[in-house]
Design a protein around this ligand. Sequence first.
Ligand code: NAD
Length: 261
Amino acid sequence: MFLKGKTALVTGSTSGIGLAYAKALAVEGANIVINGFGDADAIEAERKALEETSGAKAVYSDADLTKPERIEEMMKLAAQEFGGVDILINNAGTQHVDPIEDFPVDKWDLIIALNLTSSFHTVRHAVPYMKERRWGRIIATASAHSKAASPFKTAYVTAKHGLAGFTKTIALELAEHGITANAISPGYVWTSLVENQIPDTMKARGMSREDVINKVLLEGQPTKQFVTPEQVAALALYLCRDEAAQITGANLSIDGGWTAE
Ligand code: NAD
């Protein structure tokens, strides 16, 4: 249990990749702050399960990360419970698929706020404690879309490219403080985020569900397989190890070869 005594905060950890991160961190004994939306009973069951796994404490914040004041509250909760956050994983995100001329302005604003700006706020609140301890790990779930574009995803591609630039910048700023900052860039991972964009993609491209899965989603992924949330979490866990202390400012692909093309 190499994370015993450390605290990890994972945004958007009530499902998908975020929940897989939380579970992997719990196996190594970390205190965890989980965050995100969903059914209250299901979230409470996950929170308890994390504590059983870790033998440490897990708390839940229902902060809506599009609201800077709610982010501040979440970071204060972590400080009250645990003193601060040693491992920060910025993972919450959402998607919307539409041609540029039809792209709803509120969806653009939501995706930029959640997928990009929320990380600025969590990081600025987390860094003073990490600097004090001279140890920290900041990880962003970026995306293959932080390196390559796809049509009809303007807001998402813009936000993820921004997140990659943000991560490189803080890596340089924090390099002499024992704090690393890296992005993990998955290709398609089978989660609700992918499931939910299938109907819109069917509409935007005039395709069947099967064609969207095979000709759009897996078309660009040379292995023709979805990445699993557990594979992404294992990479994040590696970044938390002392062996990874010299990995910083990296944008690590886990995309079945997508961005090799
Ligand atoms: P998901 O929909 O399963 O998880 C998203 C999480 O974010 C959930 O916990 C949800 O409750 C939370 N969330 C949504 N809006 C929020 C808000 N306003 N405030 C706080 N929390 C909010 O999706 P996922 O696929 O696990 O996505 C996680 C991250 O991985 C996202 O940043 C996504 O862009 C990225 N990603 C996903 C894939 C993929 O193929 N699934 C690929 C590359 C990158």
